[in-house]
Design a protein around this ligand. Structure first.
Ligand SMILES: NC(=O)c1ccc[n+]([C@@H]2O[C@H](COP(=O)([O-])OP(=O)(O)OC[C@H]3O[C@@H](n4cnc5c(N)ncnc54)[C@H](O)[C@@H]3O)[C@@H](O)[C@H]2O)c1
Length: 375
């Protein structure tokens, strides 16, 4: 048996037994899938099934190394456990990555081969879309596999998850406004949205409807033009750097991860950060820098859970109104996190992790009460 100290980086993360490691640091199961003929190389990481089948999307990406792909699957699956726990779902956390450039190697046969590997887990992992995979791909995977969500409406699917993702982010932002200023309304507040893609452009609509002054930026001119055509009153900042300095009340990062870092946090004018992007905190410690500057941070995985709530609903037969009602609870959950952060004297990101870990432990433990004939 390999001594713990001799394990490589990836294995030490999967088999983490260090008593100082956080409860979320080890993984339940990691499956490497290989089909030479189609070129499929995939990693399915199941972080935790404490709350139920592990739900999380499939990322299709040309990783520089296989090690990097495994690390990404481990990070992403861990994040899904926390996101699904805080979304109040009876689902654990998992995520898969397919290694390669989707524009070059994605074929029907490769996706179906992947579907057969997901099927082999017999429901321990349920897949959905992520970067590089789309609703139409889920329909193909579903031809080999029963454990797929985020399919097209023609197949009973929930379709585009950014609809409820943006709605949930808006609810989280309203909760932050309530906590910071005593009212959830964003009327008259200046809100900067960085990235007006699928989620960002819907968020702009919610904000305008609520009476906010919106400032946008995006690297894609067509995305900016589309929002400006629909809402001529929206201001445009030259880039994200200009946006965060633009005398904002709220900053909503809706592009890529790592938006909050050692350069951006000191430059922020906003008093609230609430956006859709995953993994906004570039490294541990940034959450404290935000708190030290008096900036209220609405934890990303809590407020961007509307999309996973939407696709999770599909497992029971999709009902938009029911999914929207669940996503509207993000408002209360975010308030609960701020209250715990205040009472425990920790940043909201730490409070969110504590609440998620508490739910996984308390609700997950219930399975130790034996139900005859179940395992
Ligand atoms: N779509 C969902 O349901 C969902 C759910 C949860 C989290 N998220 C996260 O929300 C974020 C946005 O997702 P999306 O689905 O809208 O993606 P998207 O690709 O449709 O939109 C992202 C936008 O950001 C822009 N962008 C990229 N780099 C930029 C930069 N440096 N400055 C300004 N703009 C930049 C892109 O041009 C694009 O318009 C991502 O981080 C995603 O992981 C999305």
């Amino acid at each position: 048996m390999t001594d713990v100290s001799e394990r490589s980086g990836v294995l030490s993360r999967i088999f983490a037994t260090d008593p100082n490691a956080a409860p979320g640091d080890s993984h339940e199961q990691v499956v490497l899938c290989h089909d030479r003929d189609t070129g499929l190389k995939a990693v399915i990481a199941i972080h935790s099934t404490a709350l139920g089948p592990a739900l999380g999307g499939t990322r299709f990406h040309p990783y520089a190394t296989e090690e990097e792909a495994v690390q990404d699957a481990l990070n992403l699956s861990r994040g899904m456990s926390y996101k699904n726990a805080m979304a109040g779902l009876d689902l654990g956390g998992g995520k898969a990555v397919i290694i390669g450039d989707p524009t070059k190697i994605k074929t029907e046969a490769l996706l179906r081969a992947y579907g057969r590997f997901v099927q082999s887990l017999n429901g321990r992992y349920v897949t959905a879309c992520d970067v590089g995979t789309y609703v139409a791909d889920m329909d193909v995977i579903a031809r080999e596999c029963d454990f797929v969500t985020g399919r097209s409406p023609e197949y009973g699917g929930a379709g585009d998850s950014s609809v409820l993702t943006s709605f949930g982010v808006f609810q989280g932002m309203r909760a932050a406004a309530q906590h910071k200023w005593g009212s959830p309304s964003l009327e008259g507040r200046r809100v900067g949205v960085a990235g007006i893609g699928k989620v960002g452009h819907y968020l702009v609509e919610h904000l305008i409807e609520d009476g906010a002054q919106v400032v946008i930026t995006d690297v894609r001119e067509d995305a900016v033009n589309r929002v400006r055509a629909a809402h001529p009153g929206v201001e445009v900042a030259a880039d994200t750097d200009a946006l965060i300095r633009a005398n904002l009340d709220v900053y909503a990062p809706c592009a890529l991860g790592g938006a909050l870092n050692d350069e951006t946090v000191p430059a922020l004018t906003a008093k609230i950060v609430a956006g859709a992007a995953n993994n906004q905190l570039a490294h541990p410690g940034v959450e404290k820098d935000l708190a030290d500057r008096g900036i209220l941070y609405a934890p990303d995985y809590v407020i961007n859970a509307g999309g996973v709530i939407q696709v999770a609903d599909e497992i029971e037969g999709f009902n938009f109104d029911r999914a929207k009602a669940k996503a509207s609870k993000i408002f209360d959950t975010t308030l609960e996190i701020f209250a715990l952060a205040d009472s425990d004297g920790v940043p909201p990101a730490v409070a969110a992790d504590r609440l998620a870990e508490r739910r996984m432990a308390e609700v997950g433990r219930l399975r130790t009460i034996l139900l005859p004939r179940s395992r």
